[in-house]
Design a protein around this ligand. Structure first.
Ligand code: CUA
Length: 316
């Protein structure tokens, strides 16, 4: 695996993203060393060559155009090159590849909660298989937190009222520290969690064992979502078979683009649905009356996630 001369200055290298950052870091280090040696070398050479015992007359010099152009152009090209490299890695780091394995992350003063697609939930422990792309879909129940796995070189703010995402692919089994890296209140420094990367067979074994907690976790999230949609009476206005009732049907809703009364259009993604549940009439959908009640304060983030899973599952 990728290691380089400066790896010892960095946290462990747990993902491909991490080794891309390592490469950029070592490039910057080598450039710095090269120019340090070059400039100090030239300085020392001049100090020696022109010290007072050797020359008694100082030459009056007023600039050298070609030298000045050179030391403007070379650093400009170098910093632009470093910027472009960083930008490319940042883009790769930021966009979860399609088909990633999704885990939902909820930040709360002062713990990290993880919800998996088969209904498993963990607190303070993110358990993933090695060699799989993991997408984290994250939100907060209270204040802004920041989800940071130094060994994976990924970090992202976790914001109430918004979904943000991260992805990584662990390259070997092991344990890594997860930090909250944004001051979020008195026990911020306790807001640690562990990333456990398991070999695929071990992970599968963990994945299949059932545990009971407050939500019925033997049920997959889209099934729980279906139950919640009934509980909150969503079905009196939204059908699941594609027919329009008072509101748009849930069938094939996720991923569609809706025309809004403000003239804008909006992609129906996780954020859109969450907003509609909490602030339904801020910008209505063309063709439907603005009569949906807000579920702010009545529904938990976990329940919203289950309902989103339900809507996602209604695809032809
Ligand atoms: Cu959560 Cu700091």
């Amino acid at each position: 695996m990728n290691t380089n001369a400066f790896s010892y200055l960095l946290p462990g290298t747990g993902s491909h993203v991490a080794s891309w950052w390592n490469d950029l870091f070592s490039f910057v280090m080598w450039i710095s060393i090269f120019f340090f040696v070059l400039l100090i070398g030239i300085t020392l050479a001049f100090v020696y060559k022109y010290h007072h015992k050797k020359v008694d007359k100082v030459i009056d010099s007023h600039g050298n155009t070609s030298l000045e152009i050179l030391w403007t152009i070379v650093p400009t090209i170098l910093v632009l090159f470093i910027f472009a490299w960083g930008w490319l890695v940042y883009k790769k780091m930021h966009r979860p590849p399609a088909g990633s394995f999704e885990v939902r992350v909820i930040g709360q003063q002062w713990r990290w909660k993880f919800a998996y697609n088969n209904g498993k939930n963990t607190v303070g422990e993110l358990i993933v298989p090695v060699g799989k792309r993991i997408k984290l879909l994250m939100t907060s129940e209270d204040v802004i937190h920041s989800f940071f796995i130094p060994d994976m070189r990924v970090k992202q703010d976790v914001v109430p009222g918004l979904y943000t995402a991260l992805w990584f692919e662990a390259i070997k089994p092991g344990e890594h520290v997860i930090y909250c890296s944004e001051y979020c209140g008195g026990l911020h420094s306790n807001m640690l969690a562990t990333l456990k990367v398991l070999p695929q067979d071990e992970w599968l074994e963990w994945w299949r064992t059932q545990e009971k907690t407050e939500r019925d976790l033997s049920i997959p999230p889209e099934k729980r979502g279906e139950g919640l949609a009934a509980k909150y009476a969503c079905m009196s206005c939204h059908s699941v078979d594609g027919s329009s009732l008072i509101g748009p049907s849930f069938r094939n809703l996720f991923g569609r683009t809706e025309k809004l009364t403000s003239g804008k259009s909006a992609l129906v993604d996780e954020d859109y649905i969450r907003n509609k549940i909490l602030k339904p009439n801020s910008d209505g959908v063309v063709g439907y009356p603005q009569v949906m009640p807000s579920f702010q304060g009545q529904i938990s983030e976990e329940e919203i996630m289950d309902i989103i899973a339900f809507i996602k599952s209604l695809k032809d």
